[in-house]
Design a protein around this ligand. Structure first.
Ligand SMILES: [Zn+2]
Length: 159
C-alpha cells in the first residue's frame, strides 16, 4: 500500500526541534548545528549523549511528537532475557545513528497503554517513527548492523 503523498517538509531548511533528554525542553536547533554537539537552551545538557534515552510513557510521547529526526524506540523490560542481550547492541546502534536519529528505551512495564496502542505482544520490539508517525515495527532482538540498516532503510523510504 502506498502512503499518501506528504507535503514538502517545511523543516528541512532552517531548524529542527529536538527534545532535551535531561529536562524535556523542546529546543529549536539550526539544522546545520545538529551534528555539532548541541546543548539544551534551558539546562545546558547535551541534546545527544551517544546513548539511548530512557523514557517513560510521557517522555516517549514528547520525543515522538516533537523530535524532528526519526525516532527509534526499543521497547524492553528488565525481566526479559533477549531484551537485556540487546542492550549493548542498542547502545552501539545509538552511537552509529545519532544525530540523524533519536534512540529511546521504553520500559514496557511502565507503559501498558503504549503497548496497546501499537499492538505490541512480544518484546523486545523496535518502533520507528518519523514526525510522529509510526513508519516500521519489528519484534525480536537483532544485531547492531541489522538495526542500523533497517532504521536507515525504513526512514529513507519515507523521504
Ligand atoms: Zn534540558
Amino acid at each position: 500500500m502506498r502512503r499518501p503523498a506528504e507535503p514538502e517538509s517545511i523543516m528541512t531548511d532552517a531548524t529542527l526541534t529536538l527534545v532535551c533528554p535531561a529536562c524535556g525542553t523542546i529546543n529549536r536547533i539550526p539544522a546545520a548545528r545538529v551534528g555539532a554537539s548541541p546543548r539544551c537552551g534551558t539546562c545546558h545538557a547535551a541534546i545527544y549523549t551517544g546513548h539511548p534515552v530512557d523514557v517513560n510513557a510521557a517522555g516517549f510521547d514528547r520525543h515522538v511528537k516533537h523530535d524532528q529526526v526519526p525516532v527509534l524506540v526499543d521497547v524492553w523490560a528488565p525481566w526479559c532475557g533477549p531484551c537485556r542481550t540487546m542492550e549493548p547492541t542498542f547502545i552501539e546502534a545509538a552511537r552509529r545513528l545519532e544525530p540523524a536519529f533519536r534512540l529511546l528505551k521504553l520500559n514496557a512495564d511502565d507503559a501498558p497503554e503504549i503497548l496497546g496502542r501499537y499492538g505490541i505482544r512480544s518484546i523486545p520490539t523496535l518502533l520507528l517513527f518519523d514526525h510522529g508517525l509510526l513508519r516500521a515495527q519489528q519484534a525480536g532482538a537483532a544485531p547492531a548492523d541489522r538495526i542500523v540498516s533497517w532504521a536507515r532503510a525504513r526512514s529513507a523510504a519515507t523521504a
